[in-house]
Design a protein around this ligand. Structure first.
Ligand SMILES: [Mg+2]
Length: 151
């Protein structure tokens, strides 16, 4: 692990309670409708065990990087939710403008390159979606899958 100091944490289904069937029509297809999605997810309860784990890691001098397929164009929604739930973070990496049709796992692969370019050295990821978990592992990272993710 050498100088690795960063844990990457997903949002939906990991830190935020998330029911794929409830948001499917907005975000689990190529055309995304972000406004109704954020209206719905702004009230999402926090997943307490994951928040607790993130706080423990932060207290141990780990850096916390939030990495989500949510769009950067709507960044304020995600920051507001994280802050409201008092979740510590050192960076927030979100889907780039124009990438709505790109699969989550490809979005996160691109974000990993940015995370590393910005000087973070990740050694662990917490995520929920099967395809994304598989990609993190292909990229050489240890990924803890925190919920069922076959959607
Ligand atoms: Mg997720």
């Amino acid at each position: 692990m050498n100088n690795a100091d960063t844990v990457i944490v997903d949002v939906d289904g990991t830190l935020a309670q998330f029911e794929p069937s409830e948001v499917h029509q907005w975000v689990l297809k190529k055309e995304k409708e972000w406004d109704p999605f954020f209206a719905h997810m702004s009230e999402a309860p926090v997943v307490e065990p994951i928040r607790a784990l993130v706080r423990i890691l932060k207290a141990q001098q780990q850096r916390i990087v939030i990495c989500s397929g949510r769009p950067d164009s709507h960044r304020h929604h995600t920051l507001a939710w994280l802050d409201r739930h008092e979740i510590p973070y050192d960076g927030v990496y979100l889907r780039a403008q124009g990438d709505d049709a790109v699969d989550d796992e490809a979005v996160k692969q691109d974000l990993l390159a940015q995370i590393r370019a910005d000087g973070f050295q990740p050694w662990l990821v917490i995520d929920d979606r099967d395809a994304v978990v598989e990609r993190w592992r292909e990229l050489g990272l240890t990924c803890l899958q925190c919920a069922p993710g076959s959607f």
